[in-house]
Ligand binder design. Structure first.
Ligand code: PGA
Length: 236
C-alpha cells in the first residue's frame, strides 16, 4: 500500500477544483483501488464540493492542511477538527511552511495532533529533519527537507533512506517523503519499499501529472506481479 497525498496549499478556487477532480477521475484505473491510497488536501472551502464528487470512490480520501489547536469556541477564523470530522480522514500537521510563516511551535503541533486524534482524523506529521520532534501518536510521518520543497531539488532516495534511519521511527510508522516529487522522478523512489508514500505539492496541482505519479506505481506493481508469477510457474 502506498500513499499519494496531494497538498494543494493555498491554490485553486471552486471552478478550478471541480475541473481538477473531473480530469483526475477520468485518469483513474480500476486497479488503483488495491494498491494505493490517494489523499487530496485542498483548502477548506473546497472540501465539501470535492467530497460530493468522490463519495463513491473507495480509494480517494480527503485531508486538511492544518487544524486548530482549539476544540471550539471564541477563536475567530479558526477551523477545528470537530468541524471537519467525518468530512476528512487525514490532516497534514506541522508542515514547514506553517512552522516558518505562522511560527508554529512543537507545543502547538502536539495540540493539533491531539485534536486530530480526538476527532478521528489521522495526523500526517511533517518534519524537516531529525531535530523536529516525532510525536509517538503520529502514525504517519512525512520527511520533507526544506531545500527540496517547491524548488525542483528533490532529495535522492538513497539520502532519504539515510535520513529515515536518523529519524528513528517506530517500526510500524508509515514513512512518507515530500519535496519536489513529480511525474519524472517518482520511479526512483518507487524502487524502494522503505518509502511508503509521498506528499506532493506543485505536481499535484495538475491532475494529469498527479495521476501519472500514481500510475507509475501501478505499472511497477504490475511488473512485480508478472515477475512473481513467472518465478512461481518455473517451479512446476
Ligand atoms: P512540492 O511540495 O512537491 O511542491 O515540493 C511538497 C510539500 O510541501 O508538501
Amino acid at each position: 500500500m502506498r500513499y499519494f497525498i496531494a497538498n494543494w496549499k493555498a491554490n485553486k478556487n471552486i471552478n478550478e477544483a471541480l475541473l481538477w477532480i473531473d480530469v483526475f477521475l477520468k485518469q483513474q484505473r480500476s486497479s488503483w483501488s488495491n494498491s494505493v491510497r490517494i489523499v487530496i488536501c485542498p483548502p477548506y472551502p473546497l472540501l465539501y464540493p470535492l467530497s460530493e464528487k468522490i463519495k463513491k470512490m473507495k480509494n480517494i480520501y480527503l485531508g486538511v492542511q492544518n487544524l486548530s489547536i482549539f476544540d471550539n469556541g471564541s477563536f475567530t477564523g479558526e477551523v477545528t477538527a470537530k468541524m471537519v470530522e467525518g468530512l476528512v480522514q487525514y490532516s497534514i500537521i506541522g508542515h514547514s511552511e506553517r512552522r516558518k510563516y505562522f511560527s508554529e511551535t512543537e507545543d502547538q503541533i502536539e495540540k493539533k495532533i491531539i485534536q486530530a486524534k480526538k476527532h478521528h482524523i489521522e495526523p500526517i506529521l511533517c518534519v524537516r529533519d531529525e531535530n523536529d520532534k516525532i510525536f509517538p501518536q503520529a502514525k504517519i510521518v512525512a520527511y520533507e527537507p526544506i531545500y527540496a520543497i517547491g524548488t525542483g531539488l528533490n532529495e535522492p532516495p538513497e539520502k532519504v533512506l539515510v535520513k529515515k534511519q536518523r529519524l528513528n521511527l517506530q517500526s510500524n510508522t508509515i514513512f512518507l517523503y515530500g519535496g519536489s516529487v513529480n511525474e519524472t522522478n517518482i520511479e526512483k523512489y518507487l524502487a524502494t519499499d522503505q518509502i511508503n508514500g509521498f506528499l506532493v505539492g506543485n505536481a499535484s496541482l495538475d491532475p494529469l501529472k498527479f495521476a501519472k505519479i500514481i500510475n507509475s506505481n501501478q505499472i511497477l506493481e504490475n511488473k512485480r506481479k508478472e515477475n512473481k508469477n513467472r518465478g512461481s510457474s518455473k517451479n512446476y
